[in-house]
Design a protein around this ligand. Structure first.
Ligand code: FES
Length: 107
C-alpha cells in the first residue's frame, strides 16, 4: 500500500492507502470518493479526472496522447488545470508515496 493525500469534492482531505500495482483510479473509486472509473481505465470516460499537486506534476509518467485527448474533451464540462490527469493513468507504487491529488468535479 502507498499513502496518497486526497482532497475530495467537498474540500475535505484524507489519506488513502492506494494499492500498489494498480491504477490510482481504482483505489480512489474503492475509497468511495465519487470517482466512478466507468470505462475501467480505457481513457474514454473522464470520470477519474484529478488535479495533481504542482510539486508532483513532473514526477509522474507523462501523459500519453490518448490521455491528453480525453482530458481536452472534458473542457466543456469541468475546469482543466495544467496538472489535470486521468487517475486511471497514474500507476501506484512506492514512488508515489505522499502524492497529493484533488478530485475534479463530476462530469
Ligand atoms: S477510468 Fe475512464 S478515463 Fe479513467
Amino acid at each position: 500500500m502507498t499513502a496518497v493525500r486526497v482532497k475530495g469534492r467537498d474540500g475535505t482531505e484524507q489519506t488513502v492507502d492506494a494499492t500498489d500495482g494498480m491504477a490510482l483510479m481504482e483505489s480512489l473509486r474503492d475509497a468511495g470518493l465519487g470517482v466512478e472509473g466507468t470505462c475501467g481505465g480505457a481513457m474514454s470516460c473522464g470520470t477519474c479526472h484529478v488535479y495533481v499537486a504542482a510539486a508532483w506534476a513532473d514526477r509522474l509518467p507523462a501523459r500519453s496522447q490518448d490521455e491528453a485527448d480525453m482530458i481536452e474533451a472534458l473542457a466543456d464540462f469541468v475546469e482543466l488545470r495544467p496538472t489535470s490527469r486521468l487517475s486511471c493513468q497514474i500507476p501506484v507504487d512506492a514512488g508515489v508515496e505522499g502524492l497529493s491529488v484533488e478530485i475534479a468535479p463530476q462530469v
